[in-house]
Design a binder for this molecule. Structure first.
Ligand SMILES: *[C@@H]1O[C@H](CO)[C@@H](O)[C@H](O)[C@H]1NC(C)=O
Ligand SMILES: *[C@@H]1O[C@H](CO)[C@@H](O)[C@H](O)[C@H]1NC(C)=O
Ligand SMILES: *[C@@H]1O[C@H](CO)[C@@H](O)[C@H](O)[C@H]1NC(C)=O
Ligand SMILES: *[C@@H]1O[C@H](CO)[C@@H](O)[C@H](O)[C@H]1NC(C)=O
Length: 402
């Protein structure tokens, strides 16, 4: 531990840049260009023009939405495809593997692709009235609001711009949880989604192991402490946390051991073949990006309450928010849209046992796919080196057959 701190201090000293207050974080210079590029730049580098749209939700959040219209063999009359990223992440995730990413691969096949960003992340840190840096209220949301407000606003915009009545959707991790929230609380949206492909499905979180289960068990105390300290936003791109993350994780050799093997893999499942050290310096330029502390705690509640329900404020808060001491449960029976579940056997967050529960409760699972890669973990679904082997063929099948 002491060694580690000494190395860290030396590294900061050598780089001499920690105290600097440039708007562009100078630490970014240690990253390769794909680690520094934003969505538009990544798309351009890999041969596509990305258009940016601003979507305003009913409660005033302004979200960044990107579109890539595949340019080689534009598919006429093919439904637009909406891709929703995971927790503390952004639309960038779909492009990080460049020519071997899902976003670029589908774009090369001519699909009309839409990449959403939920409130709070780096492309959606805007509101008509609230200031994310000053107003605590801005961060008073969880994946509930992402599903209830953000997703319908995004879907309506895509349908409006394209003139289609339906779209196909691909959601990774939290990016599919929000579809369950939407389709159960606003069932009229079921008819706007033709099929939703859930990669690493997250709904029930009660069959997870340590260390995740440990964090879930202490989440209530942790949330109280962090809230009392005034921490409502986690992983802001310019925060010390993200700055240190970039410094530590890009240390030669040691960075990979610490950040990936010791910290990330115990949570997600080990699969070093799919996340090699050179990719890490691209990854840390994009992940994590800001999200609300409340989202993390809401997921933890789903875990320890063993109920996929709305945020639990405690008796008094529940009465105030829901007119009931018990938070409403999301009624999965109302999700009539077609759902495809894609699971990985080595995924420690979206476990096979929890997906089993989800599968038994969803009324319209049209396909259940177990990844042919046995070692496939939670993050291989978006960051894996060889996704074209074990994932993309299934994505094409789903987009072509429903
Ligand atoms: C991406 O970066 C370029 C160059 O800095 C900038 O002009 C562009 O507005 C950025 N796009 C987004 C969506 O942030
Ligand atoms: C990506 O693929 C395109 C088309 O095959 C190729 O022209 C380009 O050089 C590749 N880009 C990189 C960075 O590998
Ligand atoms: C999109 O929205 C605009 C403004 O509300 C409306 O005039 C237009 O008809 C809509 N287009 C489609 C295809 O729904
Ligand atoms: C709150 O719930 C009670 C009992 O279920 C009901 O009688 C009352 O009308 C509800 N109040 C509101 C404002 O919905």
């Amino acid at each position: 531990m002491v060694n580690f701190i000494v190395i860290l201090i030396l590294y900061c000293y050598v780089n001499g840049s920690l105290g600097s207050s440039n708007e562009e974080n100078p630490i970014n210079d240690i990253l390769p260009e794909d680690g520094r590029f934003n969505f538009t730049q990544l798309a351009r580098k890999y041969g596509h023009h990305a258009m940016e749209y601003k979507v305003t939700t009913k409660d005033g959040y302004i979200l960044g939405l990107f579109r890539i219209r595949g340019k080689y063999r534009r598919k006429k009359n093919k439904l637009p495809v909406l891709l929703m990223h995971g927790i503390a992440d952004s639309s960038d995730a779909w492009l990080l593997r460049g020519n071997f990413s899902l976003g670029i691969t589908l774009a090369n096949s001519g699909y009309d692709l839409w990449f959403g960003n939920i409130r709070g992340n780096k492309y959606s840190r805007n509101h008509v009235r609230l200031n994310p840096d000053k107003d605590v209220q801005f961060w008073d949301f969880s994946f509930h609001e992402n599903g209830y407000y953000d997703l319908p606003a995004i879907i309506d915009r895509v349908l409006n711009e394209t003139g289609f009545k339906k779209l196909n959707a691909i959601g990774f991790s939290q990016g599919n949880t929000i579809f369950y929230v939407l389709c159960s609380t606003r069932p009229e949206y079921n008819s706007k989604i033709n099929v939703m492909m859930a990669l690493a499905p997250i709904c029930y979180i009660q069959n997870v192991q340590s260390p995740l289960s440990f964090f879930i068990s202490i989440s209530s105390a942790l949330y109280d402490v962090l809230s009392a300290l005034g921490i409502n936003e986690v992983a802001n791109d310019n925060s010390l946390f993200n700055t240190y993350e970039k410094i530590i994780c890009t240390l030669p050799q040691l960075g990979y051991d610490i950040c990936v093997k010791k910290i990330m893999f115990p949570f997600t499942g080990h699969d070093s073949e799919e996340l090699e050290p050179s990719f890490l310096s691209v990854l840390v330029g994009h992940f994590p990006t800001s999200t609300a502390l409340k989202t993390l705690y809401h997921f933890a509640q789903v875990g320890y309450r063993r109920i996929f329900g709305q945020f639990n404020y405690g008796n008094a808060g529940n009465l105030e928010n829901y007119n009931s001491t018990i938070p409403p449960v999301y009624d999965l029976n109302l999700i009539t849209t077609k759902i495809v579940l894609y699971v990985c056997l080595n995924d420690k967050i979206s476990t096979v046992d929890d997906v089993k529960i989800l599968r038994s409760k969803l009324p319209n699972v049209v396909r259940y796919i177990v990844s042919p890669r046995w070692l496939c973990n939670h993050i291989d679904h978006v960051w894996g080196k060889h996704m074209y082997d074990y994932l993309f063929p299934y994505v094409y099948q789903v987009l072509e057959s429903y």
